[in-house]
Design a protein around this ligand. Structure first.
Ligand code: TYD
Ligand code: MG
Length: 457
C-alpha cells in the first residue's frame, strides 16, 4: 500500500508524532494512544516571517469594552422543548452534537425539527444521511405525517463532497446523520475511527463558523454510555445534547451536557408516540409511579436541574449479600456517590451495609446529576433495609456531606412549591432550605444532621 504522505500518527497523550503506527508511544510509553492525523502544511519559518505568518499583520489589540456585544441570533426550531435545551432556539452558525442509544429517536427528532424550521421560516434545510437510504428517510417522514417539500436530502458520506455541495446550496441548517459514517479523503483509516471522526468534525465545524450554517451532528453512543469517538469531539462543538430514557418507557429526555449558548443540565421532555416525538411541556409528575399503597424502599424527591423542578422516584432494594464483595448497583445516579453515601450512613448514622447488596434505581430512566438526591437515596436505603414504608405524601431532598451534615440545595422554595402542586403534604429538607413561616401549606421537617433525618423513622 502506498502510504499517503500527508498523514502521521500522533500520540493523544503527549502529542509525539510518528511516521508509522506503533502500539506504544515511543516518547511517553502509553499504549494504544497513536491515532492517524492529517498534517497541515505550514510554510517554513523564513517564509512565515516574511508573510507575517501567525496573523501578526492581521490581528490587532483592542479594549474589551470597545468590542460590540452582538447578541447571538437564534432561529427557533418550533419544537419548544428542543428550543429550551438549546437555550432558546438554535444559534446561527452553531454546531450541536446529539448523542443517544440506537433507536431512541435522534433521527426522528431532527427530521421533525427540520420540517418545523422549514414551515416557520423560508429556510430550506438539508438532511445528510449516511446511515439510511433516501427511501427510509422518506418513509419515516411519511409515517410522521410531516410536510417535507422544502427539505433537501443528500446521501453522501465523504465530508469534502458534502461540503462542496453544501457550499453551493448554502442552507441555514443542516443535519449530519451520523458523524460516525462520515469520512475525509485526507485520512486512510476507516469511517468511524477516532481519527476520521475528529478530522471530519473539524472540517464541518470550520464550515459552520465560516458560513454561518447551523449543523446538527448525530453521534452514536458506546456500550459504556459515552459518545463514540474522541472526547475532543465534545470540545469542538458548541452544544452537546444527550437523549436519556428507558427503552421500556415512551418518555424521552434530552439533556444539555454542554452549551456555549445556554444553561447546562437543561432538560427537554418528549414522549415517543405513533406520530414521532411529542413535547411534554409540563413534565413534573410523569416519572412517579403512583403506588396504590405505600411501598418500602421508595422515596419521592424533587430534583431541580436546568430551569424547572422535576419529581422523581428513587427506589432502593437492600438485600443480604451472598458474594464476598457486596454489590452496589446504581441506575440513574453516580455509583461512586452511592458508595460515599453508604459510608456516611455507617459512620454517622450507625447503619452498616457492608454485608448487604444495595441496588438503587431512579424510575423512568431519568438520570439525576445533582447532589440534592443524597438524602432521598439514604432514606430509600433505610426504608428497604427496615422494610418500613414512607408516607406517600412525603417528599425529600438535600445534600449530605462527609461529616454527616445536611446541606441546603439551590431553589429550595421552587422544589417545595412543585411538590405542593402535586399534592404532597410533608417534606424532609435541609434546615437551610426551610421557607419563611406561612408561605407554604406543608408540614416541613427541617434536618441539619443525618441523625436528625434517621430519627424520622
Ligand atoms: P430513530 O429516530 O430512528 O432512532 P435513532 O436515530 O436514535 O437511532 O427512532 C426509531 C425508533 O422510534 C424506532 O424504535 C421506532 C420509534 N418510532 C416511533 O415509535 N414512532 C414514530 O413515529 C417513529 C418515526 C419512530
Ligand atoms: Mg438514526
Amino acid at each position: 500500500m502506498v502510504r499517503n504522505k500527508k498523514t502521521a500518527y500522533t500520540c493523544q497523550k503527549c502529542g509525539a508524532v510518528s511516521s508509522k503506527w506503533l502500539g506504544q508511544c515511543a516518547d511517553c510509553g502509553e499504549w494504544n494512544t497513536l491515532v492517524e492525523t492529517a498534517i497541515e502544511e505550514t510554510p517554513n519559518k523564513y517564509e512565515a516571517r516574511l508573510s507575517g505568518y501567525a496573523g501578526v499583520a492581521q490581528s490587532h489589540l483592542c479594549l474589551l469594552n470597545a468590542v460590540e456585544a452582538l447578541g447571538e441570533s437564534r432561529m427557533p426550531t418550533g419544537i419548544k422543548e428542543l428550543d429550551r435545551v438549546l437555550g432558546g432556539g438554535l444559534v446561527n452558525g452553531s454546531v450541536v452534537l446529539i448523542g443517544g442509544d440506537p433507536g431512541i429517536g435522534k433521527s426522528t427528532l431532527l427530521l421533525q425539527a427540520l420540517a418545523s424550521i422549514s414551515m416557520i421560516s423560508d429556510h430550506q434545510p438539508l438532511y445528510v444521511t449516511g446511515e439510511e437510504s433516501p427511501q427510509q428517510v422518506s418513509l419515516r417522514a411519511r409515517r410522521l405525517g410531516l410536510e417535507v417539500s422544502r427539505i433537501k436530502l443528500l446521501t453522501e458520506t465523504q465530508v469534502e463532497r458534502i461540503l462542496t455541495i453544501t457550499a453551493k446550496e448554502m442552507p441555514k441548517v443542516m443535519v449530519i446523520d451520523s458523524i460516525q459514517t462520515i469520512y475525509t479523503e485526507m485520512l486512510q483509516s476507516a469511517p468511524g475511527s477516532v481519527a476520521q471522526i475528529r478530522e471530519s468534525a473539524a472540517l464541518l465545524v470550520r464550515f459552520a463558523k465560516q458560513n454561518n450554517v447551523a449543523i446538527f451532528l448525530v453521534g452514536h453512543v458506546t456500550k459504556e454510555g459515552a459518545l463514540a469517538g474522541p472526547r475532543v469531539l465534545e470540545h469542538m462543538v458548541d452544544t452537546v445534547l444527550y437523549f436519556e430514557g428507558d427503552s421500556g418507557s415512551s418518555f424521552r429526555l434530552i439533556r444539555a451536557i454542554k452549551n456555549r449558548f445556554g444553561a447546562v443540565n437543561e432538560l427537554g421532555v418528549f414522549s415517543m408516540t405513533g406520530h414521532g416525538l411529542e413535547e411534554i411541556t409540563n413534565p413534573s409528575g410523569i416519572f412517579i409511579s403512583h403506588h396504590e399503597e405505600e411501598v418500602a424502599g421508595s422515596v419521592i424527591m424533587v430534583s431541580h436541574e436546568g430551569s424547572r423542578p422535576l419529581l422523581v422516584e428513587v427506589q432502593a432494594l437492600v438485600n443480604e449479600s451472598h458474594s464476598p464483595a457486596a454489590r452496589r448497583v446504581s441506575l440513574g445516579l453516580d455509583p461512586n456517590r452511592l458508595g460515599m453515601l453508604l459510608a456516611v450512613l455507617h459512620r454517622h448514622g450507625g447503619v452498616a451495609t457492608y454485608d448487604l447488596d444495595v441496588f438503587i434505581n431512579v424510575v423512568g430512566g431519568v438520570r439525576v446529576n445533582e447532589t440534592g438526591s443524597d438524602l432521598a437515596v439514604l432514606l430509600a436505603v433505610l426504608s428497604s433495609l427496615r422494610n418500613k414504608t414512607m408516607n406517600n405524601e412525603l417528599v425529600v431532598f438535600g445534600e449530605i456531606g462527609l461529616a454527616g451534615e445536611i446541606r441546603p440545595v439551590p431553589s429550595g422554595l421552587e422544589r417545595l412549591r412543585e411538590a405542593v402542586k402535586h399534592g404532597f403534604k410533608h417534606a424532609i429538607i435541609p434546615k437551610g432550605n426551610v421557607p419563611p413561616e406561612g408561605v407554604l401549606d406543608m408540614d416541613i421537617i427541617p434536618v441539619s444532621r443525618l441523625v436528625d433525618a434517621l430519627r424520622s423513622f
